[in-house]
Design a protein around this ligand. Structure first.
Ligand code: HEC
Ligand code: HEC
Ligand code: HEC
Ligand code: HEC
Length: 426
C-alpha cells in the first residue's frame, strides 16, 4: 500500500467516523430508549409508562408548570375569563359558566380541575370524564355509553389518572390511537375511518378527540360532535337548528328567554380550516415539537403554549426569527380580542333590549321571536371564538370573519327587539 493510499484510507476513516456520528445525532426518526415495551393493556398510570420512556415522561410532567403566556392571553394559570371580559357574566347568566369559567392549564391537572370546578355538583354525570382520563377506554369497553349517564362521583373514583400516555397511545405498539368513542363516531358519520388514518393525521386526531365542540344527547348523556354538516361555524349552527337527537338548547337565557347554545373549545374545528391546517401542519408540530436531550431526539410531551419555546415549535418551518413570530401571534390575538370584546358587549346589550321589549304590553311577538333567534345565533358565533383557546391564532381570518358576523347579528337582534317594542329604527 502506497503512502498515498494509506493517507486516503485514514482520511476516509475519519470522514466515516465523523458522518456516522452526525447521522446518529440527527437521526431521521426519534430514538426510543426501549424498543419492546412491556406495558400491559389497561395500564393507565403514566409513571409505569415512564419507566420505559423516561424522556417523554419527564417532559409530560412539565405540564405541571403554571405560567402565563408571553402575549397575555391563554397561559397555564387559572384566571377567570370574566376578568378581561366582564360581559361574560351577562352572556352566561342562568348557567354554570357564569359562576366559574377559568383558563385551562396543563394536562396533568385535568382531573383535579374537574373535581374542583364550581360547575359540577351532585347531579353531574359520568360523561364529564370523557376528555379527562384514559379510564374512559375501560368504562366504554365495560358499559358502552352507559358510563355517561352514571353519577360523575362514581366514575371519578375509578378514574385515577388525568389525560396521559394511554389517552393517545396503544401500549403494545406505541402507535397513536383514539380513546374517545365520540370522535370515532363523528368521523365515521363524515366517512372517515380513524383506524385507517395516516400518522400525520393522527398527530392532530389524538388532540381533536378532546379539543372539539360537543353536546350531550338528552336522556343518555352520550357525547356527540356536531359535525354532520361540516366543521365551519355556520355548518354546526345549521346542524343544531334541526334539534339533533332532541337537543334544542343548553339553557334558556333568563333575561331574553332565548334558547342558547354553549360552545366548547372548538380548537380542532378552527385549526382544520386554517392556513396551517390546509398546509398539512399538525397540532403536534407546534405543541409537541422535537427536542433533544443527551443526544436523543424525541417529541416534547410538555403540551403547552408554543410561545414558551418558539425556536422548537415554529422555527423548524419558519425562518423569520422568534421576535417576528411572537409579534405576529400577539398582533393576531390583539385584533381578535378587540373584536371579540366588542361583539360580546353588543350581544349582552341585545339580551337587555329583548328583556325590555318583552316587558312592553303591546309587544310584537313575531318580531320578539326573531330577536331571540338572532341573539342565539350571535352568541354562538361569538362563543366559538371565546371558547376556542388560541385567541384567533389557529385561524386568524376565520376568527375575524366569525366575530364580524357575531357583531352584525347582535345589532340585528337589538333592531328586532326595538321594532318589537315599537321603537322606530332607521
Ligand atoms: C395528548 C396525546 C399524547 C399523550 C398524552 C402522550 N403522548 Fe406520546 N406522543 C404523542 C404524539 C402526537 C407523538 C408523536 C407521534 C408521531 O409523530 O408518530 C408521541 C410520541 C411518543 C413516542 C415516540 C417517540 C417520540 O418521542 O416521538 C413515545 C415513546 C411516547 N410518545 C411516549 C409517551 C409516554 C410515555 C407518555 C406518557 C407519559 C405519552 N407518550 C403521552 C402524543 C401523546
Ligand atoms: C383526553 C383528552 C385530551 C387529549 C387527548 C388532549 N387534550 Fe389538551 N387538554 C385537555 C384538557 C381537559 C385540558 C385542560 C386541563 C385543565 O385545565 O385542567 C387540556 C389542556 C391543553 C392545553 C393547555 C395547556 C396549558 O398549559 O394551558 C393545551 C395547549 C392542549 N391541551 C393541547 C393539546 C394537544 C396539542 C393535544 C394533542 C397532542 C391534546 N391537547 C390532547 C384534554 C385533552
Ligand atoms: C401553527 C402552530 C399551531 C398549530 C398547528 C396548533 N396550535 Fe394551538 N396554539 C398555537 C399558538 C401560537 C397558541 C397561542 C399560545 C399563547 O397564547 O400563548 C396556541 C394555543 C393553543 C391552546 C391554548 C394554550 C394556552 O396556553 O392556554 C390550546 C389548547 C391549543 N392551542 C390546542 C391546539 C390543538 C388541539 C391544535 C390542533 C387541532 C392546535 N392547537 C394546533 C399554535 C398552534
Ligand atoms: C410544520 C411546519 C410549520 C410549523 C411548525 C409552523 N408553521 Fe406557520 N406556516 C406554515 C406554512 C406552510 C404556512 C403557509 C404559508 C407559507 O407557506 O409560508 C404558514 C403560515 C404562517 C403564518 C401566516 C398565515 C397565518 O395563518 O397567519 C403565520 C403568522 C405563521 N405561520 C406563524 C407560525 C407560528 C407562530 C408557529 C409556531 C407556533 C408556526 N407558524 C409553526 C408552516 C408551519
Amino acid at each position: 500500500m502506497s503512502k498515498r493510499q494509506k493517507s486516503l484510507i485514514a482520511l476516509l476513516s475519519v470522514l466515516l467516523l465523523f458522518f456516522g456520528f452526525v447521522i446518529m445525532r440527527i437521526g431521521v426518526k426519534p430514538v426510543n430508549t426501549v424498543t419492546a415495551s412491556k406495558i400491559p393493556a389497561g395500564e393507565y398510570d403514566p409513571a409505569v409508562w415512564g419507566q420505559y420512556y423516561p424522556l417523554q415522561y419527564a417532559s409530560f410532567k412539565m405540564t405541571r408548570e403554571e405560567s402565563p403566556s408571553p402575549t397575555g392571553y391563554g397561559g397555564s394559570i387559572i384566571v377567570q375569563k370574566s376578568e378581561m371580559q366582564p360581559e361574560i357574566l351577562t352572556l352566561f347568566k342562568g348557567m354554570p359558566f357564569s359562576k366559574d369559567y377559568g383558563e385551562d392549564r396543563g394536562h396533568i391537572y385535568a382531573l383535579e380541575d374537574l373535581r374542583e370546578s364550581k360547575r359540577i355538583g351532585p347531579a353531574s354525570k359520568g360523561a364529564c370524564i370523557t376528555c379527562k382520563t384514559p379510564y374512559v377506554e375501560q368504562a366504554y369497553r365495560e358499559m358502552g355509553w352507559g358510563y355517561a349517564n352514571k353519577p360523575l362521583a362514581e366514575m371519578m373514583t375509578n378514574a385515577k389518572h388525568p389525560v396521559s400516555c394511554a389517552s393517545c397511545h396503544d401500549p403494545e405498539t406505541m402507535n397513536l390511537k383514539i380513546t374517545n368513542p365520540a370522535f370515532t363516531e363523528a368521523q365515521a358519520r363524515r366517512g372517515i375511518d380513524v383506524t385507517k388514518a395516516s400518522r400525520e393525521e393522527m398527530r392532530s386526531f389524538v388532540c381533536a378527540q378532546c379539543h372539539s365542540e360537543y353536546y350531550f344527547e338528552p336522556g343518555t348523556m352520550r357525547v356527540v360532535f356536531p359535525w354532520d354538516k361540516g366543521l365551519k361555524p355556520a355548518d354546526m349552527y345549521a346542524y343544531y337548528s334541526e334539534k339533533p337527537n332532541g337537543f334544542a338548547q343548553d339553557w334558556q337565557h333568563p333575561d331574553s328567554k332565548a334558547p342558547m347554545l354553549k360552545a366548547q373549545h372548538p380548537d380542532y374545528e378552527l385549526f382544520a380550516t386554517s392556513t396551517h391546517g390546509k398546509a398539512g401542519v399538525s397540532c403536534a408540530d407546534c405543541h409537541m415539537p422535537y427536542v433533544r436531550k443527551d443526544g436523543q431526539k424525541y417529541s416534547s410531551h410538555w403540551v403547552t403554549s408554543p410561545l414558551k419555546n418558539i425556536e422548537a415549535s415554529c422555527s423548524s418551518c419558519h425562518t423569520q426569527g422568534t421576535v417576528w413570530l411572537e409579534e405576529r401571534v400577539k398582533t393576531i390575538q390583539d385584533q381578535t380580542f378587540e373584536l371579540q370584546h366588542m361583539a360580546g358587549q353588543n350581544i349582552a346589550k341585545a339580551h337587555q333590549a329583548i328583556l325590555y321589549a318583552s316587558n312592553q304590553p303591546d309587544v310584537n311577538q313575531q318580531e320578539l321571536a326573531k330577536a331571540r333567534e338572532l341573539v342565539r345565533q350571535a352568541q354562538w358565533y361569538w362563543d366559538l371564538l371565546s371558547a376556542e383557546n388560541s385567541m384567533g391564532f389557529h385561524n386568524p381570518s376565520q376568527a375575524l370573519n366569525t366575530l364580524g358576523q357575531a357583531n352584525e347579528l347582535a345589532h340585528q337582534a337589538i333592531q328586532s327587539a326595538n321594532l318589537a317594542a315599537g321603537i322606530k329604527m332607521f
